[in-house]
Ligand binder design. Sequence first.
Ligand SMILES: [Zn+2]
Length: 180
Amino acid sequence: MHPNGCSASIMQERPATISGCLVSFMQLKEETVLVTGTLESGMSDKKKKPEVTKSDEEWEKLLTTQQYTVTRLHATEPPFSHPYNASKKQGTYACICCGEPLFASGDKFDSGTGWPSFHSPVSDEALSEHEDRKLFTSRTEVRCAACDSHLGHVFPDGPDPTGLRYCINGVALNMKEDEE
Ligand SMILES: [Zn+2]
């Protein structure tokens, strides 16, 4: 009689951690993608789920062609083309798509760029920020937080008190003048 089981127990002692290593590597890669997807950590805090959602067809019916191409297709109006750029009227600039207030005339300044410029939005919740890599450098796109309408970009070269310059398309806004 021969003793049984010797060769079987050797077979069972093969290293069994290869699949475990692969899983942790995959998770690491996923985290890396998420981190590089935002301009800086913490920026995702400023992203909010839009409350006003419509199909492209619905927006196209509600808006003029220029309003639609800027706010829903992320186009940019020509500089110095919109009367809001030079306007010094007192009031509130609301979203052309959903009517949510976005900027106050008191926060507007003349940036010389040809687009309406503000150093602050009416509130931190009014806008959402998104990384825009369409040009060679990375820019921060700003949208209406309520309806996801493209408004323009924010740059870190603005005046006091924030040091920010919200460079906004006039056609994305609807100005309501203060009543006297
Ligand atoms: Zn909106």
